[in-house]
Write a protein that binds this ligand. Structure first.
Ligand SMILES: [Zn+2]
Length: 229
């Protein structure tokens, strides 16, 4: 399991529509309801996984063929065979190896992702009001008829830190962790943004891994670099 700390370097928009009627913003920060009824802004696991997968595709395409999960998922070809083998209790490993590298890590049609992301929850001291992490900005867009169209959106303030984990259902192979590390490198090199309003410079982040030794890191990155078709 990788324990990660994500810090927003710019405004971060992880938003939904008008979910809370008492909040005056057209795009509202996604909040999680805690046991005590209070709301806390967070980055959903699905958003993180989406960014990681899309970035992993960019990285993997430099060396390998990578399918398009939406139009032509490589799992399509094997999903029936995979299910049949699973039902018979046969070894599915050789079949999984036929999937593209990205599907092997992030899942595919008929093949559940071995990697799990948690939600990224903000690091808050108990006396801190979660709402203090959020600010609003009004964006004006001009519609077809030349009318100004103001929209207010909520964003997470720069400097806010979150914690999340990336874990594996079974023991991860080194190259898989290596690919995730490459994704994190891309994010840290400011080649990838998270969330919305990217063209306005939102979504730059830094991710630190809190529990990976330098030698493990080197071994995993090397495993990815060494990987052949
Ligand atoms: Zn694939």
């Amino acid at each position: 399991m990788l324990k990660c700390k994500l810090t927003a370097l710019s405004q971060l928009l992880v938003g939904a529509g008008r979910e809370y009627p008492y909040i005056d913003a057209d795009i509202q920060a996604i909040r999680l309801c805690r046991a005590d009824g209070s709301l806390i802004p967070y980055i959903p696991a699905s958003s993180l996984k989406g960014v990681f997968r899309a970035t992993a595709e960019r990285i993997a395409r430099e060396k390998f063929e990578v399918c398009n999960v939406f139009s032509n998922s490589c799992g399509k070809e094997f999903s029936r065979e995979l299910r049949e083998k699973e039902e018979k209790g046969e070894d599915v490993e050789p079949l999984i190896k036929k999937l593209c590298k990205v599907c092997q890590v992030f899942g595919s049609l008929g093949f559940e992702s071995p990697v799990r992301f948690s939600n990224a929850m903000p690091l808050l001291s108990p006396e801190m009001d979660p709402e203090s992490l959020i600010d609003t900005q009004t964006m004006i867009s001009i519609d077809r008829n030349g009318r100004a169209n103001p929209r207010t959106l909520e964003y997470i303030k720069p400097g806010t830190s979150f914690q999340f984990t990336i874990s594996f259902k079974t023991k991860a192979e080194d190259w898989m962790v290596g690919l995730l590390l490459k994704v994190i490198e891309m994010i840290n090199q400011e080649k990838v943004q998270i969330g919305g309003q990217k063209t306005r410079g939102y979504g730059w982040c830094k991710i630190e891994i809190l529990n990976l030794r330098e030698d493990e890191r080197g071994r995993c990155l090397e495993a990815w670099d060494r990987l052949q078709k």
